[in-house]
Design a protein around this ligand. Structure first.
Ligand code: PLP
Length: 425
C-alpha cells in the first residue's frame, strides 16, 4: 500500500511507515494513492463479519504485510461482537458499543495495536494520543501491559464523563494519563507540537494513536460493510448512513467503504454544537470557533483533523459534494432524539441520539437509514438517566472500574510542561 502526504505530495510512504510515523512532514495526513475496489460485493455481504473484514483489509494490506498476518491481526483485534438493530421500519442502528471499552474506538485501537505489534517487534515506542473521551480508553486497553510500548493520553480535565475517565486513568503500569487544563483542541495541539519536536520524537520514539493514524481508519471501514449486510436486501437501494462526528475519522472510513464499492447513496455528517463542518458545507468557509462543551463530549471538536482526507477523497473519486450533508444538532434536539428513540423501545446515548436525530430530519420516504451508535448508554450514565428519567445498571467493564482511584497527573495546556513529563516516562 502506498500513501502520500496531503501537505507535501512528494512524500510517499508504505503502510508500515505511515502507521509508525502517524503524521507526515509539516503535520500532513497520509492518504492512499489508490483505493482497492472489491468485486462481488453481494457475495462479500453474505459472509460473517470477521471473514469479510479479513477480505477487506487484505485488499489494502495483504501484499505488504502478507495475507496470513492480516488474517491473524483481524481475528485478534475483532474478538468481540457488534450488532445491527431495527429501530423502526425505515431505520437501523449499527451498535459498535460491545467491545472492551464500550465504544467504536475499540475497533481501530485494537487493530492498530496488532499493527504496531507486528511492525515494531522489540523496538521501544511511546504512543501519544489526545482523547475527547473514548479514544483514550480504547488505546489504553489495547496496549495495556505490553512490554515495549508506553502510552501517554491527554484529555481535557473535567470535560469527559467520570466513567469514561475511570476506564483508562485507573490502569497504571505502562499507561500514563494527563488531565489538561484546556479543551480537546488544546490536547490535539499538544500532540502536534510534540511531533514537531524532533529531539523529543526521537528520544522517546513517539507514535500517535489518534484517528489520524491510517491503521485505525482502515479497521473502521469493516463495520460499514456489516451495517449494509444486516439490512434486508429489498431495502438496500437507497441507503443513507448517519455518522455522529467529532474528528471525522469515522466518516472518512465510511467514505472509504463506499469507494471500495459499498452501495451507500449518501452520508449525513451529524455534529453537536461544534458545527465547523456543517457551516463549511453551507458557506465554503472553514471557520472553527472556540470549542463548546456538550453532553456528547467525544464530539466536542471544533477543528476536525480528518477533514482534509474527506475533501481529498471526494475530489479524487469525482463525487458530487451533495454526497455528504452536514447537520448540526443542538443539546435540546439531542435530548429530543434520545427520548424519541426510547419511546420506540430503543435505548441510546447522546452521540448516537445526535446521529439518529439528524437522520430522522434528513431521510426521505424512499430511503432506508442507518445511524451509528458509537458508545454504550452506560458510559454516559448521568446524561441518559437525567434525560430519560430512568436508572441504568452498569455493564461489567464499567462496574469494575467505578470505585477505582484516578491516577492522572494534571498539567496546563503548555508544551514545555508536557515535554518534561514525557521525557521522564
Ligand atoms: C470519537 C467518538 C465520536 C466521533 O468520532 P470521529 O471519528 O472522531 O468523528 C463519536 N461518538 C463517540 C462515542 C466517540 O467516542
Amino acid at each position: 500500500m502506498e500513501l502520500y502526504n496531503l501537505k507535501k505530495n512528494q512524500q510517499r510512504v508504505n503502510f508500515s511507515q505511515a502507521v509508525k510515523l502517524g503524521l507526515g512532514d509539516n503535520q500532513g495526513l497520509f492518504f492512499p494513492t489508490s483505493v482497492p475496489v472489491l468485486n462481488d460485493i453481494d457475495g462479500l455481504l453474505n459472509q460473517d463479519f470477521v471473514s469479510r473484514s479479513v477480505t477487506i483489509l487484505d485488499a489494502w494490506l495483504g501484499e505488504e504485510l502478507g495475507s496470513d498476518n492480516v488474517e491473524t491481526m483481524v481475528r485478534n483485534a475483532f474478538n468481540f461482537p457488534l450488532a445491527v438493530s431495527s429501530v423502526n421500519a425505515q431505520t437501523y442502528a449499527l451498535e459498535l458499543t460491545h467491545g472492551p471499552t464500550l465504544a467504536f474506538k475499540d475497533f481501530g485501537a485494537r487493530f492498530m495495536a496488532q499493527c504496531l505489534n507486528l511492525l515494531c517487534k522489540n523496538e521501544k515506542a511511546t504512543i501519544l494520543t489526545a482523547t475527547s473521551g473514548d479514544t483514550g480508553a480504547a488505546v489504553a486497553h489495547a496496549f495495556f501491559g505490553l512490554d515495549n510500548i508506553d502510552v501517554a493520553v491527554l484529555y481535557p480535565k473535567g470535560k469527559i464523563s467520570v466513567l469514561q475517565e475511570k476506564l483508562f486513568c485507573t490502569l497504571g503500569g505502562n499507561i500514563h494519563t494527563y488531565a489538561v487544563n484546556g479543551s480537546f483542541d488544546d490536547c490535539q495541539q499538544l500532540v502536534k507540537d510534540s511531533f514537531d519536536d524532533l529531539e523529543l520524537k526521537t528520544a522517546i520514539r513517539l507514535n500517535s494513536a489518534n484517528s489520524i493514524n491510517i491503521s485505525r481508519l482502515l479497521a473502521q471501514i469493516c463495520y460499514f460493510f456489516e451495517a449494509v449486510a444486516k439490512v434486508p436486501v429489498a431495502k438496500r437501494d437507497n441507503l443513507v448512513i448517519s455518522v455522529p462526528s467529532g474528528n471525522f475519522g469515522d466518516l472518512t472510513a465510511g467514505l472509504l467503504a463506499k469507494a471500495m464499492g459499498l452501495p451507500v447513496k449518501r452520508f449525513v455528517a451529524a455534529t453537536n454544537e461544534n458545527d465547523t463542518v456543517p457551516r463549511y458545507l453551507e458557506s465554503g468557509l472553514w471557520q472553527p470557533q472556540p470549542t463548546i462543551a456538550t453532553r456528547a463530549n467525544a464530539m466536542d471538536v471544533s477543528a476536525p483533523n480528518n477533514w482534509p482526507r474527506i475533501e481529498e477523497l471526494i475530489k479524487v473519486q469525482g463525487w458530487d459534494k451533495s454526497l455528504v450533508t452536514g447537520v448540526k444538532v443542538t443539546e435540546d434536539q439531542m435530548s429530543q432524539g434520545l427520548k424519541d428513540l426510547y419511546a420506540q423501545g430503543y435505548l441510546c446515548e447522546p452521540h448516537g441520539a445526535i446521529a439518529a436525530f439528524a437522520l430522522n430530519n434528513e431521510l426521505t420516504d424512499d430511503e432506508t437509514g442507518i445511524f451509528l451508535c458509537t458508545a454504550h448508554p452506560a458510559k454516559f450514565q448521568e446524561s441518559v438517566e437525567d434525560i430519560l428519567a430512568i436508572e441504568l445498571t452498569l455493564p461489567q467493564p464499567l462496574a469494575d472500574v467505578a470505585d477505582k482511584t484516578i491516577l492522572s497527573q494534571e498539567i496546563n495546556a503548555d508544551f514545555s510542561q508536557l515535554r518534561q513529563q514525557l521525557m521522564a516516562i
